[in-house]
Design a protein around this ligand. Structure first.
Ligand SMILES: C[S@@+](CC[C@H](N)C(=O)[O-])C[C@H]1O[C@@H](n2cnc3c(N)ncnc32)[C@H](O)[C@@H]1O
Length: 272
């Protein structure tokens, strides 16, 4: 299924609408930006159902939340009284936003991983266009060197996760056992490989690539990258002062710390 259709699905939008927490790393990013936020014009791209709106809207001078899934934007408008601060827009073509319009662009919760390299480049070009000189960009992205990356395709791990989700009831165990086999087979089909471990190792070597990891019930494929590849990509686009945050909210360049998490969070500035 096309990724946009998945995100626009009512079940998915209401699932995102129920979330209102901030990750530790996101809280650290807010802390780093605190001195500047009150003067900032912010674009919350891939805002989903507005999880981050509650935290940023009161802190910034001007806020726009945007998403390419109209039903996500409907959820935002239902949740917040300021209906006109939400727009339907695709990050790869943001023509409704002028050049240099924002001081800060956020693309949270790995929204930028929803598409492959060519679209990622288009997204970064557009983010660069709408950001002012020295403007900030924050996002998170899937980490191909995550310590637990190989668990994605381990039968035992898939089974345990299903048991955790559905309860360890004796009568459920047999159907969940077969469901785990189905999930494993689906992973191999989606990634077009019988050898998931070798496939993941290849992506690690290349530093980036597309991996179906059973997210959103196997309906989406996700862009994964390594810390060093992501740094290189950001620098190539003119980003500087690049800070990385681990899943524990620590700002660090220590890969052992960063690889504790399936996602790495970044905050950087743009030199135009
Ligand atoms: C994983 S969800 C995260 C939603 C929200 N940021 C949050 O933290 O709850 C990713 C979001 O990015 C949006 N998205 C993905 N690709 C996009 C694109 N090309 N343009 C705009 N939004 C996009 C999806 O519709 C979805 O709402």
């Amino acid at each position: 299924m096309e990724q946009k259709k998945v995100y626009n699905h009512k079940k998915i939008t209401s699932d995102y609408a129920a979330r209102d927490y901030l990750d530790k790393a996101e809280a650290s990013i807010i802390e780093s930006l605190k001195p500047y936020l009150k003067d900032m014009s912010m674009l919350d791209m891939g805002v989903g159902a507005g999880r981050t709106t509650k935290y940023f809207l009161p802190l910034v001078n001007c806020y726009i939340g945007a998403d390419y899934a109209p039903n996500m934007i409907e959820e935002c408008r239902r949740k917040f009284s300021q209906r006109n601060i939400f727009e339907v827009a695709d990050v790869r073509d943001m023509r409704k936003f002028a050049d240099n319009m924002f001081d800060f662009v956020l693309f949270s919760y790995n929204g930028i991983d929803s598409f492959a390299e060519k679209s990622r480049i288009a997204a970064l070009c557009e983010i660069k266009r709408v950001l002012r000189n020295n403007g900030f960009f924050a996002f998170s992205t899937h980490n191909i060197n995550w310590d637990g990356i190989f668990d994605i395709s381990r039968f035992r791990n898939i089974y345990r996760k299903l048991i955790k989700k559905n309860g360890n009831n004796f009568f459920k165990r047999i159907p969940l056992f077969f469901k785990s086999f189905y999930f494993l087979l689906r992973l191999k089909i989606l990634n077009k490989t019988l050898m998931m471990t070798s496939y993941i190792k290849r992506l690690q070597k290349e530093g980036h690539g597309i991996l179906a990891d059973n997210s959103l019930n196997g309906k989406v494929k996700i862009y994964y990258s390594s810390f060093s590849y992501q740094l290189k990509q950001l620098k190539a686009f003119g980003f500087y002062n690049i800070k990385a945050y681990s899943v524990n909210g620590l700002e660090t360049c220590d890969e052992a710390e960063l690889n504790k998490g399936g996602w790495i969070y970044y905050l950087c500035q743009l030199k135009k």
